[in-house]
Design a protein around this ligand. Structure first.
Ligand SMILES: C[S@@+](CC[C@H](N)C(=O)[O-])C[C@H]1O[C@@H](n2cnc3c(N)ncnc32)[C@H](O)[C@@H]1O
Length: 241
């Protein structure tokens, strides 16, 4: 009989977690991302250096669309004042986002957090953005290919797509196998609000037709954390429309 109580207890706990996951994720993610950003600060600085150069060279307001911006962890990496439009499907991030705008928003003109999934950016016209930014988002979206098509659509000719993402480990590693199992069994996505460990985002961006040039750099997190070990492999890069 005891096993029945344990089973009911576990099901109840998992259901409660499922109900409050979006709020919990927003809270925990907002705290964790500050630490995470320190770990990947040099890669982000290199990535956003190019964006800074582009914004400086523009000679007019430079507009960035950030997808899945969460609590807004990237504002400090852009030194040039820009018009920053941020979308996010989980509006539980809004309060943390506002805090970050106040703390790190600098001279940017930052929009209110706009509720939208990256798969449907229909509220933004074709060729309306100088840059689109994603950080740790393509692991979680439901349909990465649709997102890439939308990115392509909203970018101006000559505009840039900046991305930094965790990706699947190299073929032949045990970690790769574990990442596939945890993702396909829906264990990792259940725990981390839809995040998948086995996406090959560098390849996805390289294969996207319509970009004149795509640069992708691989890097690994320098971490002894067991949890972060699952997302050790990363890519960052820029694709030019
Ligand atoms: C790991 S967090 C990263 C947040 C933020 N970009 C950062 O770097 O701190 C993943 C983000 O992707 C968002 N997300 C999930 N599904 C999405 C979708 N379909 N379209 C856009 N964003 C999505 C989540 O709500 C969350 O804010």
């Amino acid at each position: 009989m005891a096993w029945l109580y344990i089973l009911v207890g576990v099901v109840l706990l998992l259901s409660l977690y499922r109900i409050f996951r979006a709020q919990l994720f927003a809270k925990i993610n907002s705290k964790m991302c500050a630490k995470y950003n320190k770990m990947i600060a040099s890669e982000k600085e290199t990535l956003f250096q190019k964006l800074n150069e582009q914004a400086k060279a523009k000679g007019r307001t430079y507009t960035i669309l950030e997808l899945g911006g969460g609590s807004g962890t990237n504002f400090g990496f852009v030194k040039e004042p820009v018009h920053w439009v941020v979308t996010e499907p989980n509006m539980a991030f809004a309060q943390y986002f506002q805090e970050n705008v106040k703390k790190n928003g600098g001279d940017h003109h930052i929009s209110e957090l706009i509720e939208a999934k990256a798969e449907d950016l229909s509220q933004f016209p074709n060729a309306s953005m100088d840059a689109v930014v994603v950080s740790l988002v393509l692991c979680t979206v439901q349909d990465p290919q649709r997102v890439m098509n939308e990115v392509q659509r909203v970018l101006r000719p000559g505009g840039h797509f900046f991305f930094i993402e965790h990706v699947i480990s190299q073929p032949g590693t045990i970690l790769r196998y574990v990442q596939i199992v945890l993702s396909k069994a829906r264990i990792w996505p259940f725990l981390f609000e839809g995040c998948q460990l086995h996406r090959d985002t560098g390849k996805l961006v390289k294969q996207q037709p319509g970009f004149a040039k795509t640069e992708v750099t691989d890097f690994k997190l320098n971490t002894s954390s067991l949890l972060l070990g699952f997302v050790r492999s990363h890519v960052y890069g820029v694709a030019t429309r």
